[in-house]
Design a binder for this molecule. Sequence first.
Ligand SMILES: *C/C=C(C)/C=C/C=C(C)/C=C/C1=C(C)CCCC1(C)C
Length: 258
Amino acid sequence: MPELDIAQFSTVYNMLSFATAAMFGSFAFFVMARQHVAEKYRMAVLISSIVVFVAGYHYFRIFQSWDHAYALVDGKYLPTGIPFNDAYRYVDWLITVPLLLVELVAVLNLPKEESRSLLSRLVIAAILMIGLGYPGEVATNPGSQILYFILSFIPFVYILRTLWVELGVTLTETEQSEEVQNLVNLARNVILVTWSFYPIAYIANIFAPYMGGDAEVFVQVGYSIADVTAKCGYGVVIFLIAKAKTDAEGGVGATATA
Ligand SMILES: *C/C=C(C)/C=C/C=C(C)/C=C/C1=C(C)CCCC1(C)C
């Protein structure tokens, strides 16, 4: 771990605290929001609440780990020797990234066959993406950092391609309303933009020898912003899709008794 000045340490400390609060706040929102959508869309909103709860727990652990990894000595934050546990992030992603994809497919309520085929491929690609990224995240030599970046990038592109090309065809074929199509488009764009933060933040690891403490700050702040938008913000879009479909089908009561 690099030595940090007070501003660098505090920036990460405050970001991790903010992300923990955002996750648990969103958890409360999704738990209550569930009642405002029809029965068949509740699974998607339930999964949003599980995602932010799991992430909130992990952020709390990451926050504690960060706090223990450094001690203030003569106006500088020096490593205490207690390792900062970044594995929490990857364990978190291993659970939450597949769930985020399940959310999208669940809220669309597609025919069973198509849901299953889309989901199994998306989930496998997500696990490969995270699993191949981890060895690069913990590596300190640029060769491994770049190699695992490239390997992880392949399933990343596959996921985006599947969401744009295949899901696009399915949306037209299943004749979703224009409002729903626009919202699904928004959800896909939220995935594209927020998920792109991760490989960008990762790259700072490669430049760590030239950036000093700033690299660690960049990575931690980048991942935190990405997580809040990709889990909380995206969850709100999923809720809006569920709500739009509920309203189009006659409201909560009408679909619940149908
Ligand atoms: C809630 C957490 C989410 C949505 C995490 C998403 C993570 C990624 C899209 C990570 C992607 C990576 C690459 C494409 C290459 C470098 C290694 C990773 C794992 C940072």
